[in-house]
Write a protein that binds this ligand. Sequence first.
Ligand SMILES: Cc1ncc(COP(=O)(O)O)c(C=O)c1O
Length: 388
Amino acid sequence: MRIYFDYNATTPLLPAVADAMAKASIELYGNASSVHYFGQQSKAAIDVARSSVSALIGGDPSELVFTGGGTESDNFAIRGAAEALEPTKRRHLIASAIEHEAVLNTFKALAKRGWKTTLLDVDQSGILSPDQLKKAITDDTALVSVMHANNEIGTIQPIAELAAIAHQHGALMHTDAVQSVGKIPVDVRALGVDLLSLSAHKFNGPKGVGALWVKRGTRLQTIQTGGKHERGRRAGTENVAGIVGMGVAAKLAAEKLSSEATRVGALRDRLEEGILRAVTGTAINGARMSRVPNTTNISFDRIEAESLLIALDLEGVAVSTGSACSSGTLEPSHVLKAMGFPPHRTQNSLRFSLGVFSTQEEVDRVVEILPRLVEKLRSLSKKVATAS
Ligand SMILES: Cc1ncc(COP(=O)(O)O)c(C=O)c1O
């Protein structure tokens, strides 16, 4: 029995998405910019997808730009805003310290080019307090970028409050909603943001396709220059099959949002309670309430997270130590570090993230095998400690 509990890294395609993509790959080969029938068929399919994806986040289709995924959307939002605001005196960017590398490394690149950047730590529950932002923001701040839901611990940030503070100071507000879209209701107007990133492969769509929602009137410099695709905002012949897949995934996610959140949330709670009960020295990282329903991040005392990850993998269970980009390394989690956890606690945590194909049987199997694996690893490390 193979169990996949790594939905925050990526999700499997839904069969209806795969079918729509296969059909589009074969039938919709026209270039969406071409004026002839074949081109217009592709353009029409992109428009349908644009409406479905916009509906999922409460935006207007004309405000949505398709991209090559969440990383590109984050780059576009941050670099595009920074470049657009370069002529003004605003030279300061703010993000939370728990952002994905797509944001953190873009900030690093801009810092090298003379931008002043501030990364705000979060509290012990993994939430950025609006007061922290109030203290850091100045009238030189061009952009505030804070993720909606965190990929490692699942905590949901108070984006609407943060956006109001950003706007009081004349700054733009971007949110990376890659881990919230498709899991909880996301409404760009209620969040009050100017820019919102999303990625298809996090809600059972294809990899390498995403979108950036750009509020009408937002100053944003095009990063990828070339033809006039996407209303001149993102050049390059459109990935029709990928976009069609994202559209179908968005439609299905919207239809099942509430029932799936309840179902997956109950499974996650069962897993969490089961692990806390069956394994001694365990604790949940991050707020339990303000959290996406599919994610739990658990610390295991006296355990090296990577060793437990490998032990679970040998038993057929796939989990993660944090963001996929940094797994496989022994780097401590930058998220748990920013929450103020001591070093041992930043290296002993596993993320379990569930999704559409997760079942109670799988949850029960993981709860059944974990105590034995943890016990074995703990006794091994005890032996090594006594021998050395
Ligand atoms: C919060 C967050 N932002 C951005 C990304 C990058 O998205 P993509 O894989 O589509 O480039 C990820 C993916 O792990 C993520 O979790």
